[in-house]
Design a protein around this ligand. Structure first.
Ligand code: ATP
Ligand code: MG
Length: 556
């Protein structure tokens, strides 16, 4: 949008700039390097990088790689690629939480020295039991009053690999009676005898997320640590750690995550779809992943526009997926070259048109952008039209082709239906028409009104291509309020993918991977970057043309 509406996060940043609290605004995107990056992450990327850009500040990309068990290097490259694709640049500021393992260890030692952390011997069962529940106070660990020197010694020996996993942990010494469970002496460090994708075997103790995140923010001089609402309950701990160590203290700000209708966004559910073979992979064009949207044909600018329109709030809500579709449609209406494609072809024969004649008609490449010019569209005796543009027995108000009626062929002539062929089952196999040579360009010299215009391609000068038509992946609008025992997979749409053999203008055979077109009257399509080969493009439908969201939301 030209004028990004302000929001509460931008208001905080603006106030901090105005008061001189910060000279330079520093935000971050801190993904965990795992397989799942979806449009929700896109919202976080857009928010953080845009705020940095708007304030001439900077945005760091920091991999939250504290868990040696789950992270893989290949995902680091994929995430960098996603952020770049969305149009953002972290400059020099590519960081890894694992870069800070050394200072983090030092900070944990310092907390112990300040009597604000201790080495605890409770195992995980006992830990849970002692922690209690929100409505009941917890119980202090017998290790809580271990002498500082002893904790320091044990922590060093944990680091040196002298103990087994689970034998000891380091815990913050806060308040076992806090109504906030995160404040009941949370674990800061644990033993994991596991190699890390960046630090190898150097460490066998790993810091927990809450300890790592705030201190990494502090080390990097992040001014506004923007995250999603579920971290609100972690904020007291974020603040406690930084205050206890008396180090630079960024401000954590939480906003509501993006949720979309007819879409699942949870990492676990998306993984289930991939592993269960219910989609073709993380980049299946029906997936809400950035890889899926990219393959489907979404542009980075449409996604940025969508994120700007969704805005930033403190209240969890559900965004209509039609808004996302509206954004890509609006952009491609301006930029996508038009072409004619017949998705479900029916032969149309113009009985009075000479067999070998080819008429080069002028097709407009984009009515929204005259600079895109025109192209020649070959008109021949045999054409293809859509099966549903002909009805042997037309219902009322059917303005397309039917026996005895006239229709206009896009860029071409007015034709009149004079008959049709059927097979034994009664299915229409071809339609016969005559054309009126005086109507080239689509207007009748006698001024007679023709209501319908249909698209077509030449039967001999067109190409057959595979087109994949997509519908929503789920049939249910909300997937987060299912009854216990009900499975989200019960709501998979069995018709979310339909593959057709379409006929398209012949030049489309050369369409490059990732290029986008409007197939007139049908929608926007993109050449699939994975399954297309030279001279054999496969087209993904990005969105149909129908524009329900815009109509519903037009100011009255
Ligand atoms: P996990 O629960 O495993 O941490 P995650 O979806 O939060 O999964 P991260 O890689 O940790 O994945 O997320 C990186 C950033 O993206 C975080 O700041 C997170 O809050 C944000 N984020 C994740 N999902 C959404 C969403 N649906 N809308 C907006 N931001 C999101
Ligand atoms: Mg997370």
């Amino acid at each position: 949008m030209d004028n990004p509406a302000s929001d509460f996060v931008r208001d905080i940043v603006a106030a901090d700039t105005a008061s001189g609290k910060h000279e330079l605004i520093v935000t971050h995107f801190t993904p965990e390097p795992n397989g799942c990056r979806h449009i929700g992450h896109g919202k976080s990327i857009c928010l953080n990088f845009s705020i940095a850009l708007e304030n001439k500040g900077r945005c760091h990309l920091r991999f939250d790689d504290t868990n040696p068990a789950t992270e893989e290097t290949e995902y680091v490259e994929a995430i960098k690629n996603d952020v770049r694709w969305l149009g953002f640049d972290w400059g020099e500021h590519l960081h890894y939480a694992s870069d800070y393992f050394e200072p983090l260890y030092g900070y944990a030692v310092e907390l112990i020295k300040r009597d604000k952390a201790y080495v605890c011997t409770l195992d995980s069962e006992q830990f849970k039991e002692y922690r209690g529940v929100p409505t009941r106070p917890g119980k202090e660990s017998p290790s809580r009053n271990r002498p500082i020197e002893e904790s320091l010694d044990l922590f060093e020996r944990m680091k040196n690999g002298e103990f087994d996993e689970g034998q000891y942990v380091v815990r913050a010494k806060i308040d076992m009676n806090s109504p906030n469970l995160h404040m009941r002496d949370p674990v800061l460090y644990r033993i994991r005898k596991m190699a890390h994708h960046r630090t190898g075997d150097k460490w066998c103790i790993y810091p927990m997320y809450d300890f790592t995140h705030c201190l990494s923010d502090s080390i990097e001089g992040i001014t506004h640590s923007i995250c999603t609402l579920e971290f609100e309950v972690h904020r007291p701990l974020y603040d406690w750690i930084l205050d206890s160590l008396e180090v630079y203290h960024p401000q954590q700000i939480e906003f509501a995550r993006l949720n979309l209708t007819y879409t699942v966004m949870s990492k676990r559910r998306l993984l289930e779809l991939v592993q269960g073979g219910l989609v073709s992979g993380w980049d299946d064009p029906r997936m809400p992943t950035l890889a899926g949207l990219r393959r489907r044909g979404y542009t980075p600018s449409a996604i940025r526009e969508f994120c700007a329109r969704v805005g930033v709030t403190k209240v969890n809500s559900l965004t209509d997926i039609a808004l996302l579709e509206f954004c890509i449609r609006e952009e491609l209406n301006r930029t996508a070259p038009r072409a004619m494609a017949v998705l479900e072809p029916l032969k149309l024969i113009i009985d009075n048109y000479p067999e070998d004649q080819v008429d080069e008609l002028d097709g407009i490449n984009n009515p929204e952008d005259p600079a895109m010019g025109t192209r020649k569209v070959p008109f021949t005796r045999e054409l293809f039209i859509e099966q549903d543009d002909f009805r042997a027995e037309p219902p009322p108000k059917f303005h397309r082709l039917s026996p005895g009626r006239e229709v206009r062929l896009r860029y071409g002539y007015i034709i009149k239906c004079v008959g049709h062929d059927t097979d034994e089952a009664g299915r229409v196999t071809a339609v016969h028409c005559t054309y009126d040579p005086a109507t080239r360009g689509g207007t009748a010299p006698d001024g007679r009104k023709i209501k319908g215009t249909i698209h077509w391609v030449s039967a001999v000068q067109s190409a057959e291509v595979e087109v994949r038509l997509y519908d929503r992946l789920f049939t249910r609008e909300k997937l987060d309020d299912l009854e216990a025992g009900d499975d989200f997979k019960n709501y998979l749409n069995p018709d979310s993918l339909k593959t057709v053999k379409a006929r398209v203008e012949a030049w489309l055979i050369q369409a490059g991977q990732g290029s986008r077109y409007q197939f007139e009257r049908k929608g926007y399509f993109c050449v699939d970057p994975v399954d297309s080969t030279d001279g054999k493009p496969v087209f993904n439908q990005i969105v149909p043309l129908r524009d329900s969201w815009a109509r519903l939301n037009k100011p009255q």
